[in-house]
Every structure is written in structure tokens, then in C-alpha cells.
Design a protein around this ligand. Structure first.
Ligand code: C2E
Ligand code: MG
Ligand code: MG
Length: 649
């Protein structure tokens, strides 16, 4: 791809245009000066001749009066030294030529012309009356050539051309230097316009240009196939935030180099955004060949990167679009490869995906939800459902978890995970998160007013909300306004996003803890938390991920036991979520789990149902305390609480 050719042409054209302008300016100036010179020399000639005619008139008055031809000839011969004079003659009053003078074989002045000046192309004639004592005694006539004028003009023009050429010759090296400077500047501009200064690779502009060129080429070669790979580094922000931008840039440079080294000469790589790269593979024969390249790319990332004295592991998510299989239009192909890349990200990163048709529907759905979600938050269309959390032995409800729900007018109930991931991607998580806090605090207030006391409200918070600087203050104000106490609020932060920006998130969590609000790590075991990290986090609780509970009986038992032991050794309490059967409950009881949550106890309920559920609990427990035997009390609890209530959402 030659991106420079156009600019060299611009440089040459600019220099030629410069010269042409200078020459045109010189030509116009020369023409003006020549015209001026013409008029000034001509005026001089005429005035000279007029003066001569006047003197001749004075000298010839007597000659004319006495019609003395010889004396006349003698007088006229005295004019010989005048270089421009071609002929002169004396005429009597009746128009007879009395005497004449001619230079060489010049034409004679045969007849008396009109009095005064008469100009021609080659020269001019002056005829003056000769007056003696108030009486006209005859005429003097003189004819002069313009030779002097033309010679003067020619000399002037010659000089002017010489001067102009001299000036151009002197300015030529200057122009050449200017041209070189322009060329350097152009090359620099070209570089800035097409190359990324961090990695030295081609940038997004160049990518767009390359696609335009490729479109032409693919059009001309109907058999040819091309693959477009869109790559996005996983968790690059974490590197930038924890190690600093300098190391972030260094990582990008090394990544770009590693990718570049893997490609053939006919392939191309572009850095098209912060941590996004695009690769075109051309020509390719099959998608198998492309998948092999994608495999090699992922493999290349298995080697750590050396950043200063540290080794860090990075990974990449890659989406692949094939031309013409997935799209004949390269813009469409780009968005298809993008859709595949997002799918790879959502599938847990460090992977690649070949585009499939339904991915577009998925992108469109996400786009639609994003647009409608903003309105839904503003117009209060969202709902909160509540799921109880209980002590495993007594099944006494210790808290509820608030879970967001959205009855979309056309799409139906949108799953919470979809709402949250779209909100996180679009920044809507900030207003959404505030709405959830407000609504949950209000519900807790209503329950207190109905005599349901001592209940902890668990609210899910995304680590992305750490970017909402005033969020913690907002929670405090909301609690004050609704009369809630901070220790009755528990924020659950999902583990997976926690390490995108560890320092900021820890600061965020500390500010929450400093307000007296409790913190739990949600979905523990799915992210990257290690013991070392857990010790740094200001948390009081872990929620074992549902996938481990689901694997009870089975592999889940060992993992759950290990997590419980580790958490308890750190002084953390543990919630098991997704408890669906008695076996799991029993196991968790024996393993020493602190709190259980799941469909066995209740599915998430709308607020009215949850209120009824809780009131029944309060009543039952009060009755137990007053009359019933422990075995009957347990039976009552089971009757009240463990019968799953129909799931509305
Ligand atoms: P989570 O916080 O881990 O919530 C538990 C999820 O498991 C809920 O799904 C709940 O309905 C489901 N669940 C509870 N018990 C059982 C069970 O016994 N079996 C099964 N199969 N599932 C059970 P849901 O409501 O779809 O929420 C999904 C995720 O969305 C939540 O996971 C949470 O991470 C997120 N989320 C929900 N509401 C909010 C919110 O208001 N804000 C934020 N940031 N995230 C939220
Ligand atoms: Mg949760
Ligand atoms: Mg969870």
C-alpha cells in the first residue's frame, strides 16, 4: 500500500505552481514597465523634435520670406546630426516645397501635411507654421523615426529578462530548500495521518484507506478471499491503571510487534483504537487457515511480556469475519468481525470467535436495550425483586437480596445479567445503580414500618460504579433520608470486574466500609481472587458462586469446603447461593456455611409477595417462641418458607 505517492505529487505540483506564479508576476511587472517606458521615451522624442522644429522655424523665417531655396537647403543640412530625423522640408504658404533634407534613401516629404503632430507605427511627423512679425510665411516639416524608441525598449526588455532570470537563478536553491522542507513536512503529516505513534503500526485512517483499496481489489478478483480479525486486549485498563501509561504503551508496542511478526507480507495490521487492533489476512483459502492463525495469535500471548523488571501476562479476544462468506461489503464485514469479538469477550475473553449470523441479531438487541434502558431508568419502568437469605439451621431469614428486573414492553422480561452488562458497557450503570439503591432503601423503610426489623438488604453493585465519584455519599444521604442504618445495607460486588482497576476499586470499597456499610464479594471463585487479594479487600463476606453449589453432590463439595475453610480463617462469613435442594442445604449446614440463598427457600419475589413471605415468617417465629415445640416450629418454617412461591419474572 503506497500512502506516500499522492503527497510527492502534491509537493512537485506545489513547486511548479510556485515557479509559474513567480514567472507570471515577473511577466506582468515587465509588461507594465515596458508600457511605461514606451510612453516616456516617445514623449521625450516628440518633445525633442518639437523643440528642433521651433528652432528651425526661427532660423528659416527669412529664407521662407525671400523664398531662398539654397539658403533653405543649407539651413536644413544643419539638422544632419539629429539621429532620429528621417527628413525635413520647408514649404511656402502656397504648399510648394522650397527646400528639403533626407537622410540616405529615406522617402521625401512631398506634400505639406496638416499642422501639428501626426503619429504612425514607425515614426511621426511634425508640421509647424513659421511666423514672422505676426504673418505666416511658410511651414517647417520634420519626420522622425521611432528607431530610438524601439531600440530603447528592446534594451530595457533584455535587461529586465536578464534581471528576472538572475532573480530566479538566485531563488532556485531557496525554492529547492523550501521544496525539501515541504517534502519533509508532508512525510511527517503523512506519518501522523497514517501511523500510530505508540506502536509504529498503521492507524485507523490507514485501516479505512486499506479497506477501500481492498474493496477495489476484491471486486477485480472475484475468486479472492480475505479475513478480517478484530482484536481487543483483555483487561488492558488494569495494566494502564496499575503500572501506569508508560508501561501500558510499552505493552501495546510489544503486542503489536508480536502480532506483526506473525503475519505475511501481504497481510496487514492496524492499531485502530486504545487496545484494539485489526488484522487483514489476504489472500486466504479457507476459514480453517484463518482459525489456525487465530490459534497462533492466542498462543503468542501465552508467553509473558517483559515490562521493565516485571513479567506480565496479557490475553486477547478476537473476532473473525470472512470475505465474501460473511459479508461482501467491507464495512459490514468490520461490524460482523466486531460482533464476533464482543461474543469472544463475553465468552470469558482470551478466545476467538468466527462470525455467525445470529451475532448481528444479538448486537441489535443489545443496541436496542441500551437505548430503551436509559428511558426505562428515567421513567421508573424497572422493578426490584427480592430473594431471602437465611441462616441454614433455623432458616431464620437474615436478609434479602434485591435483584433488578425489567418488563420491556416488547422484548418481555430482560434478564438481569443482560441489563447489567449493557449498563456497564454504556455507562448507564451509574444511574441504574443509584435507582436500585433508592428503591431498595425505600423498600427497607416500608418493611421497618410494617414491623419487619433486623433485616439486612443486600444490593448488587458493579465495580464500574467506582467511577461514580459521589456514589458513596449518595448512599449515605439516601440512608439518612429513609431512616436506614448503614450496617443493614450490604453491597455485593462481583468478583470478575474487581481486578479491572484494582486500586480504584479498593479505594471505592474502603470508602463504603468507612461509612459503616457492609461489603460482600459476589460469585466468588469465578474471577481471579486469590488469598492475597482477599486479605487486601475490606470485605466481611463471600458469596460462593452458584456453579459450585450446583455441583453438590459432586466436585462442588470439595471446593465449597475449601472456600469455607479459607474464608473462615480470614474471619469472613460465607453465603451459598443457588441452593435448590435439601441435599445441598444439608451439606452446607454440615460444612458450616453461614447463610444460604436459593430457590429451595424462595425464588426472587415482587415486593408485595416478599412482604407477605416475611410477615408470615415473623408471625410464625413469634408463635414458635410462645407455644410450639422445636420440632413443630421447624415444621411450620418449612411449611411457610420452603414451599417455592411461583416465580413471576
Ligand atoms: P447474583 O447477584 O449472583 O444474583 C443471583 C442470581 O441467581 C439471580 O439471578 C437470582 O435470580 C439467581 N438465583 C437465585 N437463586 C437461585 C437458584 O436457586 N437457582 C438458580 N438457578 N438461580 C438462582 P438474576 O436476578 O438473573 O441476576 C443475575 C445477576 O445480575 C446477579 O447475580 C447480579 O450479579 C446481577 N444483578 C442483578 N441485579 C442487579 C443490580 O441491581 N445491580 C447490579 N449491579 N447487578 C445486578
Ligand atoms: Mg448478588
Ligand atoms: Mg452471585
Amino acid at each position: 500500500m503506497n500512502l506516500r505517492k499522492g503527497n510527492t505529487r502534491i509537493g512537485r505540483t506545489a513547486v511548479i505552481a510556485n515557479f509559474a506564479t513567480v514567472i507570471a508576476a515577473l511577466a506582468v511587472a515587465g509588461a507594465l514597465l515596458l508600457t511605461l517606458q514606451f510612453f516616456s521615451i516617445r514623449r521625450e522624442l516628440i518633445e525633442d523634435m518639437r523643440a528642433q522644429a521651433h528652432v528651425l522655424g526661427l532660423n528659416s523665417a527669412a529664407v521662407l520670406m525671400f523664398e531662398d531655396a539654397d539658403a533653405g537647403t543649407e539651413t536644413l543640412n544643419a539638422l544632419r546630426p539629429l539621429p532620429d530625423l528621417e527628413a525635413a522640408a520647408l514649404f511656402t504658404n502656397d504648399g510648394q516645397r522650397l527646400a528639403e533634407y533626407r537622410r540616405g534613401d529615406q522617402r521625401a516629404l512631398r506634400a505639406l501635411p496638416r499642422t501639428g503632430y501626426q503619429g504612425g507605427f514607425n515614426g511621426f511627423v511634425i508640421a509647424d507654421p513659421v511666423v514672422l512679425e505676426g504673418r505666416t510665411v511658410g511651414h517647417v516639416v520634420m519626420r522622425s523615426s521611432y528607431d530610438r524608441l524601439y531600440r530603447g525598449l528592446l534594451a530595457f526588455a533584455g535587461l529586465f529578462v536578464l534581471a528576472g532570470a538572475g532573480a530566479l537563478a538566485i531563488s532556485y536553491p531557496l525554492v529547492q530548500r523550501m521544496r525539501r522542507e515541504v517534502r519533509t513536512a508532508e512525510a511527517r503529516l503523512d506519518e501522523l495521518a497514517h501511523f500510530d505513534p505508540v506502536t509504529g503500526q498503521l492507524n485507523r485512517n490507514a485501516f479505512n484507506e486499506h479497506l477501500r483499496l481492498m474493496a477495489k481489489r476484491l471486486h477485480d478478483e472475484p475468486e479472492a478471499r480475505m479475513a478480517l480479525l478484530m482484536l481487543d486486549l483483555d483487561n488492558f485498563k488494569a495494566v494502564n491503571d496499575t503500572l501506569g501509561h508508560h508501561f501500558g504503551d510499552d505493552l501495546l508496542k510489544q503486542v503489536a510487534q508480536r502480532l506483526f511478526d506473525m503475519l505475511r507480507r501481504s497481510d496487514a495490521i492496524f492499531r485502530i483504537g486504545g487496545d484494539e487492533f485489526a488484522i487483514t489476512l489476504f489472500p486466504v483459502s479457507s476459514s480453517m487457515e484463518v482459525l489456525a492463525v487465530a490459534e497462533r495469535i492466542l498462543a503468542a500471548f501465552r508467553q509473558p511480556f517483559q515490562l521493565g523488571s516485571q513479567e506480565i501476562h496479557a490475553s486477547v479476544s478476537c473476532g473473525i469475519g470472512m470475505y465474501p462468506d460473511d459479508a461482501r461489503d467491507l464495512k459490514v464485514l468490520t461490524s460482523n468481525a466486531d460482533a464476533a469479538m464482543y461474543r469472544a469477550k463475553r465468552n470469558g475473553k482470551n478466545s476467538f470467535e468466527l462470525f455467525r449470523g445470529e451475532m448481528n441479531d444479538e448486537m441489535q438487541r443489545r443496541h436496542r436495550i441500551q437505548i430503551d434502558l436509559r428511558k426505562a431508568i428515567e421513567q421508573n419502568e424497572l422493578r426490584l425483586h427480592y430473594q431471602p437469605q437465611a441462616e441454614p439451621h433455623s432458616l431464620h431469614v437474615v436478609g434479602v437480596e434485591a435483584l433488578v428486573r425489567w418488563p420491556h414492553p416488547e422484548l418481555g422480561w430482560v434478564p438481569a445479567s443482560e441489563i447489567v452488562s449493557i449498563a456497564e458497557e454504556s455507562g448507564l450503570i451509574v444511574p441504574l445503580g443509584r435507582w436500585v439503591i433508592r428503591r431498595a432503601a425505600r423498600q427497607a423503610q416500608l418493611w421497618r414500618e410494617q414491623g419487619i426489623e433486623g433485616l439486612r438488604m443486600a444490593v448488587n453493585v458493579s465495580a464500574r460504579q467506582a467511577r461514580d465519584e459521589d456514589f458513596v455519599d449518595f448512599i449515605a444521604t439516601t440512608l439518612e433520608r429513609t431512616g436506614g442504618s448503614p450496617e443493614q445495607l450490604e453491597l455485593e460486588i462481583t468478583e470478575s470486574l474487581l481486578f479491572d482497576d484494582t486500586d480504584r476499586n479498593i479505594r471505592f470499597m474502603r470508602r463504603i466500609r468507612d461509612k459503616g456499610i457492609r461489603l460482600a464479594i459476589d460469585d466468588f471463585g469465578t474471577g481471579y481472587s486469590s488469598l492475597a487479594y482477599l486479605q487486601r479487600l475490606p470485605i466481611g463476606k463471600l458469596k460462593i458462586d452458584m456453579s459450585f453449589v450446583r455441583a453438590i453432590p459432586g466436585d462442588g463439595e470439595a471446593i465449597t469446603t475449601a472456600i469455607l475453610a479459607m474464608a473462615h480463617s480470614l474471619g469472613l462469613s460465607v453465603v451459598a447461593e443457588g441452593v435448590e435442594n435439601e441435599y445441598q442445604l444439608d451439606f452446607l449446614r454440615r460444612a458450616g456455611c453461614d447463610v444460604v440463598q436459593g430457590h429451595l427457600l424462595s425464588k426472587p419475589l415482587v415486593s408485595e409477595e416478599m412482604t407477605a413471605f416475611l410477615l408470615a415468617r415473623v408471625e410464625a417465629e413469634a408463635a414458635d417462641a410462645n407455644h410450639a415445640s422445636p420440632t413443630r416450629a421447624r415444621q411450620r418454617r418449612l411449611d411457610n418458607g420452603l414451599v417455592p412461591v411461583p416465580h413471576k419474572a
